[in-house]
Write a protein that binds this ligand. Structure first.
Ligand code: FAD
Ligand code: SIN
Length: 530
């Protein structure tokens, strides 16, 4: 087996992984992996923008307050404060890397989204993620100390024991094109693998979001926290041919109204902030109205704004809706909630460290304490770049070479080409369907138990494929998705209250004391809860 040696292995080329690579000292050798093309990431599709208090009427204190309210009592206040204070300087870093945020008469055109009491979202029209990702990639490609591995999928992390604890020393990786499995050995490994939105049937996320980092870290014994808090974005385009297209919340920030098919508004019945209430409340309100009237979707209406303004401010939404015959200047936009963001993830401290030595996690794959039980809009790009900065500062100061680690050969004996590709696809569909039906916006013990029984059967089947058939990217993703689904279900069963994004009919009240759930793999099939 080929073994590549490097100082730091970063898995993921979204905002978290690349901004880290750009901030690490140039004397480190860095390998950075991405499982498809370098730009393909959740980051690329971000629309609304990135939050930072900048306006003269704003202060980091308001940003903290809004984040804590959205987080429903479960945010780590110290983390929230640190992030909100530094946010404007991280925006400056992005600008220095070439990100051209939209301006109005020489001032940044700050927009508003649900849960924000002030205008504080930096954006590039409605394609902020594309603007950020393309500029980050441009800078990354200039770095001589960074080797980029495109179409390489990390399979498993590798560890060794030291003084009774696990130390991460690299990863086994599949070359998607040649199907060769190699090992990348590193003194430090950073997971920047994004979220797990694909665990649900309907999602705003691209296909890469199969929770690989969370599953890999879990298999190694990392603490995984708060996975019951999967965020549903209230407004994804509802159209039979549209796959995963988001209708940005900044449309509501600029005055769009949610309406029933007969044109009636309904958000006034749910929250004083109406369309700009925190996301969990808006998504649940839509879900409730859809069930009440037996309708497939609701509508978003921004037709009262001038057409010229809409086309200039929301070109991405305008053009994409037009492809499906919807002209947002003249038509109401059909929308439904869809899974959008993984608030939980690999538990890390303020420096992005996991409980496994030399393993870090940043960005959506991590659980940092910033989002609590519900993420405030436009806080995730911010979280990713903040923690990348922290990890860079930590490693630039504390890096220690790890010598003499031994990496075992990958065992690929007794495996054959799978003749059952269709089964992988079917299992993938089945998981995503029952997660949608039983572990969705409104939960109950009965539905969760149904999901638990199904996932336990599927887990066994998928393990069988994994050990007996040749490894492919779809098989790896299915395996990871199965693990993540199981963790979400078990975390949801563990939480005996409704809080933030976790709403259950059996425990509708919020408990006085807010606690994080943590899941850790104990032995082969055992979970440990704290
Ligand atoms: P990602 O950008 O998702 O990158 C993950 C990377 O990991 C990819 O390169 C992928 O190939 C790689 N990877 C994964 N698994 C493996 C593996 N096994 N091996 C190798 N590589 C792997 N947030 C905001 O703050 N503001 C917004 O306006 C906003 N809008 C959004 C709109 C949409 C449609 C979506 C989907 C999300 C939005 N979000 C927004 C959320 C935000 O985009 C993400 O949380 C953020 O971009 C995550 O960045 P990341 O670097 O952690 O992961
Ligand atoms: C959006 O543009 O609505 C997405 C913002 C976010 O997820 O933070």
């Amino acid at each position: 087996m080929k073994i590549i040696e490097t100082d730091i292995l970063i898995i993921g080329t979204g905002i978290a992984g690349i901004s880290l690579a750009l901030k690490l000292n140039e004397n480190f050798n860095i390998a950075i992996l991405t499982k498809t093309n370098i730009e393909e990431s959740n980051t690329y599709y971000a629309q609304g923008g990135i939050a930072a208090s900048f306006d003269k009427f704003d202060s980091y204190k308001f940003h903290v307050k809004d984040t804590l309210i959205a987080g429903a009592g479960l945010c780590d206040e110290k983390v929230v404060e640190k992030v909100a204070i530094i946010a404007p300087s991280l925006i400056k870093d992005l600008v220095n890397w070439g990100v051209n945020f939209t301006k109005f008469e020489n001032n940044y055109d700050l927009t508003k989204e649900g849960g924000h009491s002030k205008r504080r979202i930096f954006h590039k029209e409605d394609y902020t993620g594309r603007e950020i990702e393309t500029n980050l990639v441009k800078n990354l490609k200039l770095k001589k100390n960074v080797e980029i591995f495109e179409k390489f999928t990390a399979i498993n992390l590798i560890s060794e024991r030291e003084k009774g604890q696990s130390v991460c020393i690299g990863a086994y990786v599949l070359n998607n094109l040649t199907e060769e499995i190699i090992a990348i050995k590193a003194s430090y490994v950073v997971l920047a693998t994004g979220g797990a939105g694909k665990v649900y049937l309907y999602t705003s996320n691209p296909d890469i979001s199969s929770g690989d980092g969370i599953a890999m870290a879990y298999r190694l014994g990392a603490n995984i926290s708060n996975m019951e808090f999967m965020q549903f974005h209230p407004t994804c385009l509802y159209h039979k041919d549209a796959k995963s297209f988001l209708i940005t919340e900044s449309l509501r920030g600029e005055g769009a109204k949610l309406k029933l098919p007969n044109g009636e508004e309904f958000m006034q019945n749910y929250h004083e902030l109406k369309e700009l209430a925190p996301r969990d409340i808006v998504a649940r309100a839509i879900d409730f109205e859809m069930k009440k009237y037996g309708i497939t979707n609701v509508f978003l209406d921004i037709r009262h704004k001038p057409s010229d303004y809409l086309i200039k401010r929301f070109p991405n939404v305008y053009e994409n809706c037009l492809k499906f015959g919807i002209d947002i200047t003249k038509d109401m936009i059909p929308v439904v909630p869809a899974s959008h963001y993984t608030c939980g993830g690999i538990k890390v401290n303020i420096d992005g460290m996991t409980n496994i030595k030399n393993l870090f996690a940043i960005g959506e794959t991590s659980c940092t304490g910033l989002h609590g039980a519900n993420r405030l809009a436009s806080n995730s790009l911010l979280e990713a770049i903040f923690f990348a900065d922290r990890v860079a500062k930590f490693l630039n100061k504390n890096f220690e070479y790890r010598k003499n680690s031994f990496i075992e050969d990958w065992d690929s004996k007794n495996v054959s080409d799978t003749d059952e590709v269709i089964l992988i696809h079917q299992n993938w569909e089945e998981i995503r369907k029952f997660m949608w039906n039983y572990v969705g916006i409104v939960r109950s013990n009965k539905r969760l138990m149904r999901a638990k029984r199904r996932i336990e059967i599927l887990e066994k089947e998928v393990q069988e494929y994994y050990w007996n058939f040749k490894i492919t990217m779809p098989l790896l993703e299915l395996r990871n998705l199965t693990t993540v689904a199981e963790i979400v279900i078990k975390s949801a069963l563990k939480r005996k209250e409704s809080r933030g994004l976790h709403y259950t009919l059996d425990y509708p009240k919020t408990l006085d004391v807010a606690k994080n759930t943590i899941v850790r793999k104990k032995s082969k099939d055992k979970y440990e809860y704290f």
